[in-house]
Design a protein around this ligand. Sequence first.
Ligand code: ZN
Ligand code: ZN
Length: 383
Amino acid sequence: MNIASDQADLADLVVARPEGLYCPPGDFFIDPWRPVERAVITHAHSDHARFGHRHYLASRAGANVLLSRLPGISLQTLAYGERLALDGTTVSLHPAGHVLGSAQLRIEHRGRVWVASGDYKLDPDPTCDAFEPVRCDTFITESTFGLPIYRWDAPQTVFDGVDSWWRHNAAQGRASVLFCYSFGKAQRVLASVDAGIGPIFCHGAVEPLNRAYREAGVRLPPVRLVSEIPAKDKAVFRQALIVAPPSAQGSAWLKRFGDYSDAFASGWMRLRGARRRRGVDRGFVLSDHADWPSLQTAIHATGAERVIVTHGSVEPMVRWLREQGLEAGAFETQYGDDTVEADAAGADETATTGSVSAELEQTGEQNQSADSDVNPVNPASSA
Ligand SMILES: [Zn+2]
Ligand SMILES: [Zn+2]
């Protein structure tokens, strides 16, 4: 047996390169942050799906959303579970349960299997396919909420809370303004609240995503655009739920609602400091990322003996994995979390901030909120 092919058999199926995570035997990148020849995209959030690559491969379920965000790209799609040969590898995409079209990438090469998760969650979500555990030797995982303090209530409990907040406001003749990320979270909220309570409106940054979801066959209740209503006409909003991106907070856009109550829906609302700094009446703890127990469940379900952590609370997760007797390490990546999305949406509407500076601002704020409340390991410094 020759030594070179022996080494090829043992070499890692995914390595970190300056452009992004790279699969040498398949000659492709996964969610690269610099322009490359061939990119496999796990989902259409802006920190994972960027302009500038020559060829894109992504899930068919997410094609509408991806093309609405990156129009004109050269895109090949795969149905979930469909297999494709890429150079020496066989790849397939499997539901990640994060947002519409989100996928884990399974890579098979000479009998070995690696899975790159992208972002994922295990909680039920009517707007996307449920997370599918995929057996593998090595699992590449996110760890956005990889600390024991992050435990989510059942989604139905959270939406019951949103409904009763909205119902109470409507009874008082007060608009209910709910801030949440425009891609994924907003559609999950729309699909899950009780649309019988009153009319639903959305901000202009949310509507293109609603359209892409509807075109992909996701059922959403009727939603009107706030901008269709003349600015002086406040009365129509008194019973309404208004879904807006976080960037709309504190803007003149809110004046048209007259008296309103506001709330923010995010996993970060688990931190009291984050809620306080947001200055909203209510914080709903709702995330499209796995909480700490779900991360453990998902990792365990893969059967992987080796786990590589990409972003979020990297050090605590690596430590925990090693305590479980697993081989664990980290990749340095440029993935953020869904707050980046908030500012991408804001940039669409206001065209004032560049997404890079917005991303840095947001990251700084999360670290601050984490430090001030519970003093966990700083997520940014642990990458
Ligand atoms: Zn994401
Ligand atoms: Zn992400």
